[in-house]
Ligand binder design. Sequence first.
Ligand SMILES: [Zn+2]
Length: 92
Amino acid sequence: MAELPNRCAVPGCPCTVKRGLLMCLAHWRLVPRALQTAVNRTWRNFCSARGVGAELRGKALDDYREARARAIAAVRREEALDAGVPGEAAHG
Ligand SMILES: [Zn+2]
């Protein structure tokens, strides 16, 4: 099965990452611990939800997508703070 190289999930980041990783290490480090855990947990849930039926699987995927979106939002917030752009950070 041919797969596309994995890109870091943070918009604008050119890094490729290993399969199974959401973002490059530099960005992952900006994600708060609790959110890292949530991403890993929901991803594992989704992976182990094979064969449990579309409804449960869809729910697991929703959970993962939400955790992932929150992790990305956290990184963008950190980056906005780092860049010291006034006002930008407020529009998460
Ligand atoms: Zn990145």
